[in-house]
Design a protein. Structure first.
Lengths: 280, 450, 184
């Protein structure tokens, strides 16, 4: 009975699926975006360690600080990093007084303690970087309908991560002849729809004056800011990797010991000695 | 105590005897995972995965309880609270990644466990109920994993919840009502998130309960083994402890090493970048895909693209996806072959490996956008999936000529396989003569060893 | 255990077998203990909570005889501007007779004895005493009065009567300017 029912049900599903499979398909119009869209260019990152493998590498503090300078000097005009607190910058080598001074440059939404009206106060190290726009509607209104995403998690929220950020901000070029770019948008083959609302952020070499004297080429700035944004997305990356190395080594040793124990326990069964009493 | 030669618990200390009279917990442990449980001595490494699944569940429960201390089930706070865990909570990043990666590992282990059962015929009599309880566990795991994924309240969480709950609207007549009831609203929102959190906390403990039943049902007939031949005597078994505890511990150690490697070096490799974007009910991501462990079922759902026999395509898809798991309940009666292990089933073995490949193809199709030729490949793969269980397996059982079986496990282990082979049959002589039951049979007075 | 059938092993074999079991067990125990720590430590205050551990308070607007209540580490802090009469009353008390002997000078900063900054948490069972806000019952000694179990504090916030064992706690703070302090 079970087998008869199964036969019926099985036949029904199989016939339905085969029927669906033999249906003619509508001719597919090739997606014009596919023709020009490019995958992010994979580059070697210092923080991915030897072989770009992502097992040992740590962040270069100087590079993180340069990346922050690029973010602050260029990106922060439109993009927030609202999940990062000023105090977090201690991780990338800022001192407590520097953090305090930096936080003070920002106005944090607050309530006036006399009138109770909405107001602002000077930032504290415990505050997060403030939003640029209070909400999505305000952002779109100010940005000609576009929404500049928060960058705190951007390298985890995009396929390709840091490579994507680097490719996108250095990837602007002239559109091919048969590609229409609407007014107010810019052609960028690394962007999903190829037409991006963000104007090319990096205009040329020397746009940022690096405190450590590094030459601020476009590529250098793109690498630095992509590294910084990798840190904002994954601030515990270094602890994670060092934990991983220790845990894997420890468990490898434990596995060897456990294997030896296992072999010992089974020695009587696998290689019974003449005259030995079996374990039971 | 499923076999008459099982060792009996004998408390050696005064306190041990006292406890054994009042609460025979040590006896219970001794009989179920201790020296009192005789297991076939030829179990290979694939038999480690049941224990590993239990370990994976414990990791999920422990890390999950910790995460619940910091998580906030509110649509405006959920995503932020996850990032709070990742950035500010002490070791929060480690615990959250363990939980997220742990779900994938749990499914990987359980799938290997299931395919091991399929290969060695562990679903066959007398282990049908054991198998069916396993299918129940799989269903509960899927529900728990799906709801847990929604809790992050990222883009993929939200749209996954939207798409999956929409499946219920395919039910004729009451679909829309059911859909609204499930969500507690007209779209996934606070009410949905809160009930998912509540159920996500509950389900692992339900799973734990069913696992106890699963292990209980295992102890009645005892473990199957790679030959599929029944245990015939003491020479076929070894006490679970220390033999299999040592082996399971070794397996656990290797498993944890792999787990630590993925958690610490590739924590997001199995996830979707879109889920690091907070949920936005007004913008759908380019592609909505479930986590990898649900992809084969998602592919089956997607494969039904045409209305057929007055049933709309959407309902076909839902029916098929449900049937794809439900048919496993009937497997013990679909496969009538008297031989359990595929080691001795040359024809069925081929179809087994085709099924494995088929599931991988389905997984691939499920994870990619519906473009040709993937849609057709997916449809053929889905057709094979149903054909395999519902048409091929019953048929193969009728026509296949099995290879000669070893007379006993011991003989198979020692490599002295007879040329003639043992008579084929599921019930070994004298098998049912001992009273079965491990749980609940621990009497207060120690029974003398035989 | 497996040792029970090691009779047929040589003495050296037995020792080596035991060593491997002990080493494995010790390793496993060490590993379990290491994993336990993050699971315990996650319940300690998180980084964002610790970041709020110190606050700046502006005292300029507090008139003599008034007090303000500010929240610090989730607890109320009383900042009181003592009048000369209150300072005199506090200094007049025989310190030796107190349950928790402290002078006003010990409870304030040098040269700033008019600023009495204490936690607003009764040392008995953690209630918030009355007396900081305008018009509240200041108790028999003109300081603070805890309504829960009737502890009475004087103008130096020292315990004088009732069940509380100690004076109101003075938090760690420092003057940044004559009218602003950093608490914590």
């Amino acid at each position: 009975m079970v087998r008869l029912g199964a036969f019926g049900v099985g036949l029904l599903f199989v016939v339905t699926l085969l029927w669906a499979a033999v249906q003619p398909r509508d001719p597919v119009q090739p997606d014009p975006v596919e023709k020009y869209h490019l995958a992010p260019v994979a580059i070697d990152w210092s923080w991915r360690g030897p072989g770009n493998a992502g097992i040992f590498g740590t962040f270069d503090r100087a590079q993180l600080q340069r990346g922050f300078a690029v973010y602050k000097g260029i990106c922060s005009a439109c993009h927030a990093i609202h999940r990062v607190a000023f105090r977090d910058l201690a991780d990338i080598g800022f001192t407590a007084p520097q953090i305090k001074a930096l936080a003070k440059e920002y106005d944090i939404p607050s309530i006036d303690d006399k009138t109770g009206e909405p107001s602002t106060r000077k930032g504290l190290p415990s505050d997060k970087f403030p939003l640029i726009y209070p909400n999505e509607i305000a952002a779109r209104a100010a940005q000609n309908g576009a929404l500049p995403p928060d960058l705190s998690l951007i390298t985890k929220a995009r396929e390709g991560g840091a490579n994507y950020v680097h490719s996108l901000i250095t990837g602007y070029r002239d559109a091919p002849k048969d590609w229409q770019v609407p007014d107010g948008l810019y052609y960028n083959p690394y962007f999903r729809s190829l037409n991006v609302a963000m104007p090319p952020p990096l205009s040329g070499d020397g746009q940022i004056e690096y405190a450590d004297g590094t030459k601020a080429t476009k590529d250098q700035m793109a690498r630095d800011v992509a590294t910084f944004l990798t840190w904002t997305a994954e601030p515990k990356l270094e602890a994670r990797r060092s934990t991983g190395v220790a845990a894997v080594l420890f468990l490898a040793a434990l596995s060897v010991l456990a294997y030896l124990s296992y072999v010992r326990v089974w020695a009587d069964i696998k290689h019974p000695k003449a005259g030995a009493v079996p374990a039971e | 105590m499923s076999f008459p030669w099982a060792k009996h618990y004998q408390p050696t200390t005064t306190f041990g005897r006292y406890l054994d009279a009042k609460l025979p917990l040590p006896r219970f442990i001794y009989d179920s995972v201790g020296a009192g449980y005789p297991a076939p001595k030829n179990l290979n490494y694939f038999y480690n995965f049941g224990f590993l699944a239990g370990a994976a569940l414990m990791i999920q429960i422990i890390t999950g309880i910790v995460l619940a201390m910091h998580y906030r089930a509110d649509t405006s706070l959920a995503f932020d609270s996850v990032e709070h865990i990742m950035r500010d909570v002490n070791s929060g990043w480690l615990i959250r990644y363990m939980h997220a990666v742990g779900a994938s590992f749990f499914f990987a282990v359980v799938y290997i466990h299931i395919f091991r059962g399929l290969y060695y015929g562990s679903y066959k009599a007398p282990r049908e109920v054991l198998w069916m309880l396993g299918v129940v566990i799989l269903l509960l795991m899927m529900a728990a994993a799906f709801m847990g994924y929604v809790l992050v309240w990222g883009q993929m969480s939200f749209w996954g919840a939207t798409v999956i709950t929409n499946l219920f609207s395919a039910v004729p007549y009451v679909g829309e009502t059911l859909h609204t009831w499930l969500l507690g609203g007209f779209a996934a929102d606070n009410a949905t998130l809160n009930r998912f959190f509540s159920l996500h906390y509950l389900l692992p403990f339900v799973i734990l309960g069913v696992i106890i039943l699963h292990v209980w049902a295992l102890h009645i007939p005892g473990s199957n083994n790679p030959t599929g031949v029944d245990v015939k005597g003491p020479q076929d078994t070894v006490p679970f402890h220390p033999y299999y505890t040592a082996k399971d511990f070794f397996g656990l150690s290797v498993y944890l090493m792999l787990f630590a490697g993925v958690v610490c070096f590739l924590p997001n490799a199995l996830g979707e970048p879109d889920n690091y974007i907070p949920a936005n009910p007004l913008a759908t991501p380019a592609e909505i895909v479930p986590e990898w462990y649900l992809l084969p079922f998602y592919a089956i759902l997607k494969s039904f693209t045409v209305d057929f026999l007055f049933i709309p395509a959407k309902l076909w898809g839902v029916l098929a996806m449900v049937s794809a798991i439900a048919l496993l309940f009937f497997l013990p009666w679909l496969d009538t072959s008297p031989v359990r292990s595929n080691t001795y089933r040359p024809l069925n073995r081929i179809f087994f490996w085709v099924l494995v490949a088929d599931c991988l193809v389905l997984g691939y199709c499920g994870g990619h956008p519906p473009v040709e030729p993937l849609v057709r490949i997916g449809q053929l793969a889905a057709a094979y999936y149903f054909a395999h269980f519902l048409l091929i397996v019953p048929f193969v059982a009728r026509i296949e000529k099995p290879l000669p079986l070893p007379h006993s496990i011991n003989e198979a282990v020692l490599g002295k396989e007879s040329k003639t082979g043992a008579p084929i049959g599921l019930q070994p002589p004298g098998y049912n003569e001992t009273p079965a039951g491990t749980l609940g049979s621990g009497g207060a007075t120690p029974q003398p060893a035989e | 255990m497996a040792t029970q059938h090691s009779d047929d092993l040589t003495e050296s074999g037995e020792r080596r077998r035991d060593f491997i079991y002990i080493a494995t067990g010790a390793f496993a125990a060490a590993g379990a203990a290491t994993v336990l720590w993050p699971l315990i430590n996650q319940m300690n205050p998180s980084a964002d909570v610790l970041a709020l551990a110190s606050i700046d308070v502006d005292l300029a607007a507090i008139q003599p005889g008034q007090a303000i209540v500010v929240s610090w580490r989730g607890k109320p802090v009383f900042a009181r501007h003592l009048t000369p009469a209150e300072i005199a009353a506090a200094n007049k008390v025989d310190v030796a007779s107190l349950r928790d002997p402290q002078t006003l000078a010990q409870r304030t900063k040098p040269g700033q004895t008019q600023w009495l900054i204490t936690l607003g948490v009764c040392t008995h069972l953690g209630c918030v005493p009355l007396g900081a806000r305008e018009g509240e019952n200041k108790g028999e000694f003109g300081g603070y009065f805890c309504p829960c179990h009737g502890s009475q504090y004087d103008t130096a916030a020292r315990i004088r009567k009732g069940p509380a064992p100690r004076n109101l706690e003075v938090p760690v703070y420092s003057f940044k300017s004559p009218t602003s302090v950093t608490i914590g």
